[in-house]
Design a protein around this ligand. Structure first.
Ligand code: 13P
Length: 252
């Protein structure tokens, strides 16, 4: 059975005090939930990662980084390496988020390097991709998603896919309050799974968790998660509130 995941991407929100408090509340609120085959991950900002990781160490909550540089070390002002993350107990990293692509000009070529570095360091990658509104309007959304996945991940061998989680995040649904309908999400997730099956094997593609991200809220989570190829969510805004986040986890 595929692993289900609810991951909270906190983006550039919460100072240290707020981060620790929210992490503690989330850990407490899910303590008694039956989380069989379900993982809960939170991704605070770099500067609060270590303290949050310590806070949730003995709980069911895992931590992830929101980004990472591909080099080992060196003159890369402002950047963070894989080994630095691993040294503070962070083994998962979100890569390819549309905000990184859009505001920090991250390209497929750059993402290949980041993915490779993360995997070489035995880290798990939550790889994000998704079309813009104009792509969907023009009917290019399947092509766009196909290229994003092919360009950044299809050089990997089958073994490497054990550490890949896919996150379909249509850009037009991120932080906009507009969500892909459950049918649109399912349609794209099934397309992605088929792509992976064609490149690798059906059994590999059946084992990959594919998350949906983009305005997931307590009110729509259950319906989206009920779709056969949707294995969880990558949550932005609603992950900043422990009650909403808990409700989304309960929905899965
Ligand atoms: P929202 O849930 O705020 O739309 O953000 C989604 C997202 O970008 C998660 O990475």
């Amino acid at each position: 059975m595929r692993v289900k995941i609810v991951a909270g991407n906190w983006k550039m929100n919460n100072d240290l005090k707020a981060s620790k408090l929210l992490a503690k509340k989330i850990a407490k609120s899910i303590k008694n939930l039956p989380l069989t085959n379900t993982r809960v991950i939170i991704a605070p900002t770099f500067v609060n990662l270590e303290r949050v990781a310590k806070k949730v160490k003995k709980t069911a909550v895992e931590v992830a980084a929101q980004n990472m540089h591909f080099e080992k070390s060196g003159a890369f002002t402002g950047e963070i390496s894989a080994s630095m993350l691993k040294a503070i107990g962070v083994n998962t990293v979100i890569l390819g988020h549309s905000e990184r692509r859009e505001y920090f000009l991250e390209t497929d070529d750059l993402l290949v390097k980041k993915v490779n570095t993360a995997l070489q360091n035995n880290m798990e990658v939550i790889f994000c991709f998704g079309e813009k509104l104009e792509d969907r309007k023009s009917g290019a959304h399947f092509n766009v998603v196909e290229n994003q996945i092919k360009n950044a991940l299809f050089h990997l061998d089958s073994e490497a896919w054990k550490n890949i989680v896919l996150a379909y995040e249509p850009v037009w649904a991120i932080g906009t309050g507009e969500t892909a309908s459950p049918e649109q999400a399912q349609e794209m997730h099934a397309f992605i799974r088929q792509l992976v099956a064609e490149k690798y094997t059906a059994s590999l593609s059946e084992s990959v968790s594919i998350l949906y991200g983009g305005s997931v809220k307590p009110a729509n989570a259950k319906e989206i998660f009920s779709k056969k190829d949707v294995d969880g969510g990558l949550i932005g805004g609603a992950s900043l509130n422990e009650n909403d986040f808990k409700a989304i986890i309960e929905a899965i």
